[in-house]
Structures are given as C-alpha cells and as structure tokens.
Design a protein around this ligand. Sequence first.
Ligand code: HEC
Length: 122
Amino acid sequence: MRALAPFLLLAIIACSDAPQGETDASDSKSGAPAPETLYRSKNCITCHGKDLGGTMLAPSIRGLGAHWKPDDLAAFLKEPKAWLEKDARLAETARAYRSPMPPTFGTDAERLALAQWLLAQP
Ligand code: HEC
C-alpha cells in the first residue's frame, strides 16, 4: 500500500492541471495570442492606428490584399527594409514618413498569423 503513495501523488498533480477559462483573446487550439492581440502588443497600433487607417507615423494598412500574399507580407514584417529595395510602390509610400517601419520581433508563426489577419481586413 505504501508503494502506491507516490503514484497517487503524481496522479493528483497531473489532474490538477485543469483547463483555464479564456482570459483574453487567444487562439483556443494553439494557445497563441490572437492576431488582433499581437497587433496591439507588438505596437503596430501606435503607428498604423486602432482601425488600421494610418496616422502621421504610418500609412493605412487596409485593403492590403491588392498588394500582398500572406508569405510575402510575413517576410516584410520580419525585414521591412529589405522589401523597400525591391518594391517601388512601398519605397514611394515610405518616403512620406519620417521613420521607417521597424522589424517585427517574434516567431514566424506570429508574423504569418498577423499577415493573414491583416489580409482578411477590408
Ligand atoms: C514606428 C512606426 C511603425 C510601427 C511600430 C509599425 N509600422 Fe508598419 N509601417 C510603417 C511605415 C512608415 C510604413 C511605410 C513603409 C516603410 O517605411 O517600410 C509601414 C508599412 C507597413 C505595411 C505595408 C503597407 C503597404 O502599403 O503595403 C504593413 C503591412 C505594415 N506596415 C504593418 C505593420 C504591422 C503589422 C506592425 C506591427 C507588427 C507595424 N506595421 C508596425 C511604420 C510602422
């Protein structure tokens, strides 16, 4: 009977990892933050505005579907400067703003999720 005690303890610990309620907007399957949460937490909102409509610091990022595919947009977020060299439209856009778009830190999965979400916005 005594030999059973450590096993029971382990079983209790394993079971105590109960699912937690949804505390903020997150992808319930992966546990990753939702893209709209990333848009705020990665400071995009400071320059591109609450409604993606742009500010004095950055252009509107609505209707991006006309210019971008998800993979390219994710790559741009990672290294914006590199894209200015190969995209004349973007370089022209950039000239209207004092500071360039900064690289987006985080994982490739986060950048792709952000890109897909942005492209889904009208
Ligand atoms: C410091 C201000 C600033 C921040 C913060 C910022 N951006 Fe930008 N963003 C810009 C500027 C300026 C441009 C214009 C192009 C350039 O300078 O590279 C731009 C361009 C873009 C474009 C391309 C628009 C087009 O016409 O194709 C997208 C998409 C974009 N930003 C998304 C984001 C996202 C998503 C974030 C957060 C992860 C973010 N930006 C954070 C300033 C910012």
